[in-house]
Design a binder for this molecule. Structure first.
Ligand SMILES: [Zn+2]
Length: 104
């Protein structure tokens, strides 16, 4: 079911209570998974890195399939959600690259 999609983020944070301070160079993204799988994976990642105060794993709900539609080319792609998290744009990998090369 499309509504039942979650992604798991892990990485090193400047402020481990704030997902927005996640260091993008350490970020790993998993999923989409269903809720129980995502929770389970996040737990495992947290336990594995329990000694690192700045390491955190988060479960983020992927609201629906619309989240994967690129605003530029209207193509559905997994990278759209990742770019939304990383850059705040609903944009696919190839549009993101062309935007970086040819800024509007
Ligand atoms: Zn696109």
């Amino acid at each position: 079911m499309l509504l039942d999609r979650y992604i798991v983020l892990e990485g090193i944070h400047e402020d481990p209570n704030n997902v927005e301070t996640l260091d993008k160079t350490t970020q790993k993204t998993y999923g989409p998974l269903n809720k129980s799988k995502a929770d389970e994976l996040a737990q495992k990642l947290i336990q594995k890195n329990v000694d690192n105060f700045y390491h955190r794993a988060w479960v983020i709900k992927e609201a629906n399939n619309q989240e994967n539609i690129c605003e530029e080319c209207k193509t559905e792609d997994k990278s759209v959600m990742q770019n939304l998290i990383m850059y705040g744009f609903k944009i696919c990998k190839s549009c993101n690259i062309s935007k970086l090369i040819f800024p509007v």
